[in-house]
Design a protein around this ligand. Structure first.
Ligand code: HEC
Length: 238
């Protein structure tokens, strides 16, 4: 009797091991314990029976407005403790870069954004590198708006129809925040660079183009203005 049970047991086992597997390696074969094979947890983007008040049924909830993605603000101490730097990182949350909002946002950028970088050879050199790779073709070596696709080597008109303004004349008329906005989101016939240049690189190239225009960067200019603003106040008090 005992032997029969053993033999029967072995036969069942043999049948189970030979038939339960599937030839397709992607298929689980016969499923004896569905709880283990199919996770009862919701898949991230699958539909959930519970909808949000707005009627969204996706299992993973959308982050609340203004959420900052993890790692979006670099862990770099220099950046995290620098208000002007942080504002440039946050710009993405405040600006859309959309054509119908362009003017409004361009003006807002002038008020909101300030140059966070110190004047240094390192920043200037990096800015020159970025400029040479991305901007020189149009803006030209010295920023005169005569890059090689604007004016050809023989002096005739190049294939690019829009002529960039000469930095020497144009940059003194706009604010640093304007430059940052135009470089990030594009302006007229100039394309946007937010996707290909980091926040730091955008400010570094601003240092460089300002040097081409013969302008000092804001840090120096700001101290200058502060000093100038302070003088009349003291003068009035006397
Ligand atoms: C394909 C040609 C082209 C390239 C490449 C290009 N620009 Fe321009 N840029 C222009 C044109 C054209 C204008 C004038 C836009 C207008 O006012 O309509 C302009 C304007 C500007 C202005 C003035 C913006 C303002 O607010 O008035 C700045 C600053 C500037 N570019 C910086 C850069 C920098 C930095 C780069 C490289 C990262 C770059 N550009 C690459 C064509 C280009």
């Amino acid at each position: 009797m005992r032997n029969t049970i053993y033999i029967l047991g072995l036969m069942v086992l043999a049948v189970a091991t030979t038939t339960s597997c599937s030839r397709n390696p992607k298929e689980p074969g016969k499923i004896f314990m569905p709880d283990m094979a199919y996770s009862p947890g919701y898949e991230t983007y699958s539909e959930s029976p519970i909808a949000t008040p707005e009627g969204v049924k996706m299992s993973a909830r959308l982050p609340v407005e203004g959420t900052i993605p993890h790692g979006f603000i670099p862990s770099d101490e220099k950046i995290r403790t620098n208000q002007a730097y942080l504002m440039s990182y946050m710009a993405k949350n405040h600006f859309t870069g959309k054509a119908e909002k362009w003017n409004e946002e361009y003006a807002k950028a002038a008020q909101l954004l300030q140059d966070p970088l110190e004047q240094s050879k390192e920043n200037l050199d990096k800015g020159k590198e970025v400029y040479t790779i991305h901007c020189k073709v149009c803006h030209g070596e010295k920023g005169n708006g005569d890059g090689q696709i604007i004016v050809l080597a023989d002096g005739s008109d190049g294939p690019y129809t829009a002529v960039p303004p000469a930095y020497k004349k144009h940059l003194p008329e706009i604010k640093d925040g304007n430059m940052f906005y135009s470089i990030s989101y594009g302006k007229g016939m100039m394309g946007p660079y937010a996707h290909s240049l980091s926040v730091t690189e955008r400010w570094q190239v601003i240092h460089y183009i300002k040097s081409l225009a013969g302008l000092t960067a804001t840090t120096a200019a700001a101290t200058d203005t502060a000093a100038k603003a302070a003088t009349p106040v003291t003068a009035e008090k006397k």
